[in-house]
Write a protein that binds this ligand. Structure first.
Ligand code: URA
Length: 218
């Protein structure tokens, strides 16, 4: 059965599930200063990036948050208006739902790494263009290579297709275990989609439980 806390957060997500939850893997201890320096350089490179036209319209880049030694990595699409303003991913309405999803997994924002495929906001929150994804993806690749998480959760079609280099629809990508550079990848719905289609939250929770099993046991 879920813990009391998980049940409360599942309620906040709008779903009730009674499956058993495994223990959560602790994040490994911080590694060397060299790693921290490399991470700082990457952050600086993102901050100064002019690889695509999106730099012209940004308030600031949105690098990502969380320890560079996190066990879990959540990948979204691109910053929205609130993220562009605050410089942090998933801080708008979708972010509040992501926080609830994390709490349901007995995780919190401070212990997981959260980033987007794009580090700059597309105007009007339009879909990322292939050239923008191509320009920005090396940053996410470098982040995942540095973090070496035990599990990556791809939130929505853009994250999944970009990471897995495929055109397959989300419906074909969900429900299977994928790998990115040897790291297990679970694909689930984007929180913004779940806000529009709450009926799919139960399916998203099943995806997250699968990710938790992998992070904990595999
Ligand atoms: N949607 C995303 O994909 N990323 C964010 O940071 C916010 C909303």
């Amino acid at each position: 059965m879920e813990s009391h806390t998980s049940r409360l957060w599942l309620q906040a997500m709008g779903i009730t599930v009674w499956a058993r939850r495994g223990p959560v893997a602790a994040a490994p201890a911080l590694e060397s200063d060299t790693d921290a320096q490399g991470w700082g350089r990457l952050e600086e490179e993102v901050r100064a990036c002019v690889r695509c036209g999106l730099h012209a319209g940004r308030t600031q880049t949105v690098f990502g948050v969380g320890p560079h030694t996190a066990t879990w990595c959540f990948v979204g699409e691109a910053p929205g208006a609130e993220e562009d303003r605050r410089g942090e991913p998933f801080v708008g309405r979708a972010g509040h739902l992501l926080d609830a999803m994390l709490r349901a997994l007995a995780l919190n924002r401070k212990e997981v790494f959260i980033a987007n495929v794009l580090k700059c906001r597309p105007p009007g929150n339009r879909d990322p263009q292939p050239s923008e994804v191509a320009a920005c993806l090396p940053f996410l690749r470098a982040q995942i290579a540095a973090v070496r998480p035990r599990i990556v959760v791809a939130l929505g079609r853009f994250a999944a297709q970009s990471l897995l280099a495929t055109d397959l629809p989300l419906s074909r990508l969900r429900g299977s275990l994928h790998h990115y550079e040897g790291v297990p990848v679970v694909v689930t719905y984007h929180p913004a989609y779940l806000l529009r289609r709450p009926a799919d939250k139960a399916a998203a929770w099943a995806d997250l439980k699968r990710a938790q099993e992998i992070a904990t046991h595999e």
